[in-house]
Structure formats: C-alpha cells, structure tokens
Ligand binder design. Structure first.
Ligand code: MN
Ligand code: MN
Length: 470
C-alpha cells in the first residue's frame, strides 16, 4: 500500500460491501441462519403466529413461562406471553438488574388487510369480504397481481364464537386450501383511473376480497351468494355471521419466503418489517453465551399503527414483566431502566437506485453493507425522533467493531422526503438509552419486501453481541 493510500485509509471513512470482507468460514453460518429465518417467516404470517412459533422455539431452548414470584437465578430463561400477540423473553445475567438489562425490541405486526367487523356481503351475484387496511400500505400493490404468482391473500386470525370458544383460523396456506383475490380494473377501461395520483387510484373501500360466486339453490332467497359462503363457513367452523364481530381476521399474502437472484443472495417475503429483526433478536438471545447483564428480547405488536394498545410497546405489560423480574432481586424498576441499554431492532430503508431521488446517497443504508444503525428516525426536523446520544451511538459502534460485525449508518431517505418511526422513542420515554438498528429493506411495506442475506446475518450477529457484551 502506498503512503498516500495508507493515509486515506487511516483518515477517511469508506464503508465496504460486506462480500469484500466476509470470511469464507462465515458463509455456511450465514446460509444456515437464513434458512431458519425463512422458516420463521413461513410460520409467522401474523403477530399471533409469530408468538406461537416463538414459544415453540423458546421451549426447545429451555425457556419456561414466567410466573410472578418465581425464584430466578443466573442463567434462567423465561418468557412472558402478552395475550398471544406480543412476547417478552429474558435470560437472567450474572449481574444484578440494578446494573441494567440489555434489551432488544422488535415488532411482529406488519401492514395487512383486516376484515371489517361485518365483512361478508354480496354485490351483483358475487360474494366479498370488506377490509380495513392496517398500517402504512400502498393500496395499488394489494390488487390482482403478486410477483411470486399464486400469492393471493390468505385469511388468518382468531374467531371467538358466541359461546366464547376461541378458534384459530388459517386459510390459504396449503395448496389445497381455497385462495382469495382482490381484483383491479382492466387497462382497457382504466383511462380515468390512470390519471389519478397513485395514492388515490385504488380507494380503500375497493379493497374487497372476492370469496365466492356460487349461490345456494333456493331461488327465492334474497342473499343466496352470501348465504352460500356462510354455509361453507358454518360447516368448517361452526360459525354464524354474528361471529365475525368478535373475530380478528387478517388477509396477508399467501406466498412463502423465496430466495431472489441468480446468486440467491436476497430473500423476498411478506413481513420482513419487522420479523427480520425479531428473528435476529430471538436467535441472538438463544445463542448468547453467558450474558453478564440480563438479556431481554421483545416482540411488540401494533408498531405499524403507533404502538398503542395492550400488546403495543406503550403498554405497561413490558413494565410489569421487567418490574417482576426486578422484584425477584429486590431491585427498583426505575434503577434497572436508568442503567439499561436498548436496541430498537427495526428495519430501515435500503438505498434503491431505481428511486435515487428520495435518498441522500451519503447517508443511506446499502444492501450487503451490514446492519443499519439509525441515530434518529422521525420526519422533517427530526420530529418524533428519540435521537440517540453520541455516547449511545459510540457504545454500539465500538461494540460492533470489536466483534467484527458489519454495520453502516442509515437515514430514512432525504430530510424532507417523508419519514417514519419505531418503538425507540417509547423505550427512551422509560429512561432507557436506546438506538435503532436493523436490516435495510427494499420495497418496505409492500406485499413482498426484499432483504439481503448478509444483512440479516449481520443483524443477528449485532443482537448476539448486544446481549453478550453491551
Ligand atoms: Mn418496522
Ligand atoms: Mn413498518
């Protein structure tokens, strides 16, 4: 190396593509990790299914359900299921909780179409479900065509019958299952529609799912198409129409996670945001070796609609769980929080050369450059951001460098291009030092989002390092 390039290497910051420095020895681990992650995606198409699968995996790794008042010692592994829609797991460290915990908080809800309380209707001899979109989605992406082919929305959720029986409902997953679709206008008649702004071309109230077209035989019956669907649902689930009112049914893309590219270096799937970070946390927690500080992993719900609700990050369910862990050691929760460190594990926007105009290229996260650290999110002049301190950014930067985890800084696009948030500010509100870190995503919030395997793996390495050494 010439004197000149030595100087430049010493003084200038030049992020590198991860493939230029990934040791050969790590390639197999990266591959295996991503195969397990794809299983997680395919099992966890809703927040409830993520919690179910998480418990299944946690039990295999020696976790037991936490009971308030149960004695805990170093190395004990517990989980707390928050109403089947959120979950918190902890591995008790060697140090007391008064020294703080190392926390990683992700969310497992994703943009989708919820069925309305009275979804079923017929119009012009076709039966439909009415939907209400959940989270920030681009409506035009949910009609007619899916890149994977055959990926029509599946219905998943929970149904509570009049007598209180709770039934899980999963339709569309298996090849023999019925499939559903939302239709779009044909281009031949789309002249006026095509002139509309993208956000208005598909109105919310037109996101109606086609569920049937075959009537009951009785020609005198007024609602014979709707009734025919209800008959099938009654046979299958024992339900009547009123039962829809106490159901949570979510329409999500039916396709499974798939490798993308001739080199299979990327993964496309529904729900990377934020299951890609949730799984990284979980695997990091399972693999963390003898954490000094208690390690806590959170799957929160409702992030996509503002973290409200009993299963969202604003809920006191988290404080209750942490408070009860503190009680076992006679520690005050406020002391624990004040000394804790939290990674708000959430995805960030990956630089997309097809839409270069919305990114600041010098401050964007790139595909294959590793986990993206985000000092602040928010909109405009950092509005709504918790804005991690220099010390907090410095702590994570140092840790990741020491552990040889590939990382990069990320900003969510150009300053005034838009904006977004995460659970970071709700952790910071609790007096916990918090920074955002996660996987850069292409086509975020689309029915199929794309991430790079290298970035998934580095995010897992990041979470493991935080649990072991932060
Ligand atoms: Mn997210
Ligand atoms: Mn999101």
């Amino acid at each position: 190396m010439s004197e000149k390039s030595k100087l430049s290497k010493a003084l200038l910051y030049a992020p590198e593509n991860g493939y230029d420095r990934l040791p050969e020895s790590e390639k197999a681990a990266m591959h295996d990790y991503c195969e397990d992650y794809k299983d997680f995606l395919n099992h966890g198409k809703t927040e409830r299914l993520c919690v179910e699968y998480c418990i299944e995996l946690a039990k295999k790794h020696g976790f037991v359900e936490f009971q308030p008042g149960m004695p805990l010692k170093t190395g004990d592994k517990v989980y707390c299921n928050n109403r089947g829609k959120g979950i918190m797991l902890a591995v008790i460290g060697t140090e007391p909780l008064s020294r703080g915990a190392n926390i990683a908080a992700a969310h497992t809800d994703a943009p989708r179409l919820d069925l309305k309380p009275r979804p079923l209707y017929e119009d012009t001899e076709l039966a439909y479900f009415k939907t209400h979109y959940y989270g920030g989605l681009r409506k035009y992406q949910w009609t007619a065509f899916y890149p994977e082919g055959g990926g029509q929305p599946a219905d998943r959720g929970t149904l509570t019958l009049a007598d209180g029986t709770v039934l899980p409902v999963h339709i569309g997953d298996k090849p023999e299952d019925p499939q559903f679709i939302i239709n779009d206008l044909l281009p031949h008649l789309g002249r006026e529609q095509s002139k509309k702004p993208l956000g208005e071309a598909i109105p919310s109230e037109s996101l109606n799912i086609l569920v049937g077209s075959m009537p009951v035989e009785d020609a005198d019956e007024k609602h014979r198409f709707k009734l025919a669907v209800m008959q099938l649902l009654h046979e299958q689930y024992g339900m009547v129409e009123e039962d829809f009112i106490s159901a949570e049914l979510e329409a999500v893309p039916a396709g499974h996670a798939r490798d993308i590219g001739f080199d299979r270096s990327l993964i496309a799937s529904y729900g990377h945001d934020d299951r890609v970070c949730a799984y990284a946390e979980l695997a990091g927690l399972f693999d963390a070796k003898a954490p000094k500080r208690t390690a806590v992993c959170i799957f929160a719900d409702k992030e996509e609609i503002g973290s409200e609700g009993v299963s969202g990050m604003l809920s006191a369910a988290f404080d209750k769980f942490m408070g009860e862990l503190c009680d076992t050691q006679g520690v005050l929760l406020r002391d624990c929080f004040a000394n804790s460190f939290c990674v708000s594990a959430d995805v960030t926007a990956a630089y997309d050369p097809n839409f270069a105009e919305v990114y600041d290229k010098r401050n964007s996260a790139f595909i294959n450059y590793g986990v993206g650290l985000c000092k602040y999110t928010g909109a405009g002049g950092k509005s709504g951001a918790s804005d991690a301190s220099a010390e907090v950014v410095g702590k994570l930067r140092r840790l990741l460098n020491e552990e040889n985890v590939f990382w990069q800084m990320a900003e969510l696009g150009k300053t005034d291009a838009g904006g977004g948030g995460t659970v970071a500010k709700f952790m910071a509100q609790r007096n916990i030092d918090t920074i955002d870190a996660g996987v850069p995503v292409l086509s975020m919030h689309a029915p199929y989002e794309t991430v790079a395997k290298l970035d998934c793996y580095m995010t897992y390495r990041c979470m493991k390092a935080v649990f072991e050494k932060a």
